[in-house]
Design a protein around this ligand. Structure first.
Ligand code: AMP
Ligand code: ZN
Length: 672
């Protein structure tokens, strides 16, 4: 291709890619599949590589990200980034309304009600339509330059889209909220957990951490999004009479503007909006913590002005937090399948956000120390969105001297075995008795679980009895069980015993990925197991793999690699695997040529939370059967799997007439 032709092609592709980004991220209306998008991008990147001097400063390839060596420069905001006054009741909202009315001589006032997105405030500056600077809020006067990270966010246009012959403002600074969707947040935390990394407490922390990363390639993978809600500065001939007009204009220029924003003729309409979203907030694919109410008319805004801290023409109405207080009845210690001891607070049952909460994990002994919590204390608990309930702080300490702080046990509360901190840098303490019955119980339950060997009927009750009777000492012993063994257990009649035996027998044919996951290698989740199985194909090969063979696989980090090597070095593991093989358990990964799996060529989209398995386990299962996971719904999507609190993809599926599966239907399809 000659230079001239390449230039035209690059421009054409660049335009097309940015238009797809806009449709996907700003409008949530993609018109092509992820695969088609990726192909387009690959083609474009190849061309740019071939003709490096044709790379433009606002090319979509900028979104892949690059690494900075030092933190971004400080940025002085040309117009201060104010925070908002908060109200917590309609009474307080009315008081604000009263002040506004008075300030405007009781003129007619319109309001715009917007969801208050729980993310991180950012500022975006455009010069003649080109994105030149992205900054954090900082203290409102000085922020930090995070342009490199914000460029990776595809809902932020690198160049504005003109309408007709319109001239862009010479300088435009808009403000918005960067956030992480619930699904992306859950996925990120699962990945971090699988890699042995610390998990983020909530999407806001995850967003804030991501916006400040030095390596924008990491930010790019975190799929941050952004809604524009305000402006800072505009040098232009165009003027908007109202905030609503501003929102429509920036939307036309290519920014993502929240779809739920509503123009309200009165404060009563504002309240209706607040009530509506307080109820529906969990159905949104992102977290919101309230509503922001703004006076619509910009002239009126000016008349009202600002205080030191916040504008008088806007206010936040905060939703009640999902909090409650209750008593810690006890702190018990749970032993997991790798021997890790986890303290759990047993709580006086309490209602919080519509569910009864009676326990909350304290994660580890450091957390107990940090909170200073002990038996008998009254504590504040919080449940944020989908996040599991946690103890925020002690609100009233139990004074009685006999209830001291929980001591870190030196022996296992289940088996009496020795407890040590295996690695100095880890917070976890473990029971290191290889014969610990609690660890064995957890290991067996995990082995038999749906996403692993899927042995229906082998749950907690059966496993506990089998261990108590000394019938199983490792996972392989399951395959030696007989009908008599089961008939000797409580609540086992012939039919149930036979069904379970059948299920055990069927499980011998599971692919290697399931077996690896079932063996419970520390730090290796379903995804890592799948990746290992795909790469090595045979169990022997995984067992032989050296640290460097493992880290050479892109998805496998050093923590997992270490863990895999030491897991297979263990003589007990070797013995268990030998027994599994002798019992006839499959140890190969089936080669799934495209066209062979039961779901080959089928495109799946997930929305909402699944309860019986994690999103990544579900995805692995689909891929195992030859299916494909795509992230947006289009008319080419075959199935949309809808979990709890689904996002907008549910509606899109309904609109497009795509087949919808609930969790049970999905399970039935997978296990057919
Ligand atoms: P606060 O941090 O509680 O003072 O609340 C002010 C912050 O709310 C702003 O700095 C924004 O980052 C954030 N915010 C979220 N959604 C909106 C919205 N629709 N309009 C204005 N601010 C918003
Ligand atoms: Zn133990």
């Amino acid at each position: 291709m000659d230079q001239q032709k390449a230039k035209q092609e690059i421009q054409k592709l660049s335009k097309a890619i940015e238009a797809h980004n806009h449709r996907y991220y700003a409008l949530s209306q993609p018109t092509i599949s992820d695969k088609e998008y990726d192909d387009l991008m690959q083609k474009f990147l190849k061309l740019e590589k071939e003709f490096p001097d044709l790379v433009e400063p606002h090319s979509p390839s900028q979104r892949i990200g690059s690494k900075l060596d030092v933190a971004g420069n400080p940025v002085a905001h040309r117009v201060k980034m104010y925070s908002l006054d908060n109200t917590y009741s309609f009474e307080e909202l009315d008081q604000w309304g009263g002040r506004v009315a008075k300030g405007l001589g009781h003129a007619n006032v319109e309001f715009v009600a917007e969801l208050k997105i729980d993310g991180v405030s950012i500022s975006l500056t455009y010069e003649n339509g080109n994105f030149v600077l992205g900054a954090t809020r900082g203290d409102g006067t000085m922020g930090e330059d995070v342009t490199h990270n914000l460029k990776t966010m595809r809902s932020i246009p690198l160049r504005l889209t003109p309408a007709g012959k319109e001239k862009f403002p010479s300088v435009l600074e808009v403000r918005g909220e960067a956030y992480m969707g619930r699904a992306d947040f859950l996925k990120l935390n699962q990945e971090r957990k699988a890699n042995g990394e610390e998990i983020f407490a909530n999407p806001r922390n995850a967003t804030s951490g991501s916006v400040k990363l030095l390596d924008a390639r990491l930010t790019a993978r975190r799929r941050l999004q952004c809604f524009i809600h305000s402006f800072g500065l505009m040098k232009s001939d165009t003027h908007f009479p109202t905030h609503w007009d501003f929102l429509q204009k920036v939307k036309a220029w290519g920014f993502a503007v929240n779809h739920e924003n509503r123009l309200c003729a009165s404060l009563n309409q504002v309240k209706a909006f607040c009530e509506e979203w307080q109820k529906k907030r969990n159905t949104l694919p992102y977290e919101v913590d309230g509503v922001v109410i703004k006076v619509n008319d910009l002239g009126q805004q000016q008349r009202l002005g600002v205080t030191q801290k916040s504008p008088r023409w806007a206010v936040a109405y905060k939703f009640p937090a999902y909090q409650a207080t209750t008593i810690v009845n006890d702190i018990v210690i749970q032993v997991g399948r790798t021997g890790v001891l986890t303290p759990i607070a047993m709580l006086e049952p309490v209602q919080c956000a519509g569910v009864t909460i009676s326990r909350s994990t304290l994660h580890n002994f450091d957390e107990i120390r940090r909170l200073g919590v002990k038996k008998g204390d009254r504590v504040l608990i919080e449940r944020a969105g989908d996040v599991i309930p946690k103890i925020v702080k002690v609100v009233e300490s139990q004074k009685s001297a006999k209830n001291g702080r929980l001591k870190i046990p030196t022996s296992c509360p289940q088996c009496g075995g020795k407890v040590i901190k295996v690695k100095a840098e880890e917070v976890a303490y473990r029971c290191i008795n290889p014969g610990c019955s609690k660890q064995l119980e957890r290991r067996l339950i995990h082995f038999a679980s749906r996403a692993a060997m899927d042995i229906e009927g082998l749950g907690e009750a059966a496993v506990g009895q089998l261990i108590d009777q000394g019938l199983v000492k490792d996972c392989a012993d399951i395959y030696a069980l007989t009908q008599e063994d089961f008939l000797g257990l409580e609540l086992f009649a012939e039919k149930r015993a036979d069904n379970l035996l059948k299920a055990i027998d069927t499980s011998k044919t599971r692919p290697l990925s399931r077996l690896l996951f079932g063996l419970g290698i520390p730090h290796a989740g379903a995804k890592a197991a799948f990746v290992l199985a795909q790469h090595f194909r045979l169990l022997e090969n995984v067992m032989k793999a050296r640290q460097e063979d493992l880290t050479a696989i892109p998805e496998i980090g050093p923590t997992i690699a270490d863990s895999v090597v030491s897991f297979f070095k263990n003589p007990a593991t070797k013995k268990e695997i030998l027994k599994l093989k002798q019992a006839g358990v499959n140890s190969q990964e089936a080669t799934i040529a495209v066209n062979q799996g039961a779901l080959s060529g089928k495109k799946f989209v997930f929305t909402g939370e699944l309860t019986s398995l994690t999103r990544s386990q579900a995805s692995a299962l689909v891929r195992e059967l030859g299916g494909e996971i795509v992230s947006s719904v289009s008319k080419h999507t075959d199935y949309v799997v809808v979990g709890q609190s689904p996002g907008s993809k549910h509606q899109q599926a309904l609109d497009l007439g795509v087949t919808i599966l609930n969790e049970q239907q999905f399970q039935e399809m997978i296990h057919a």
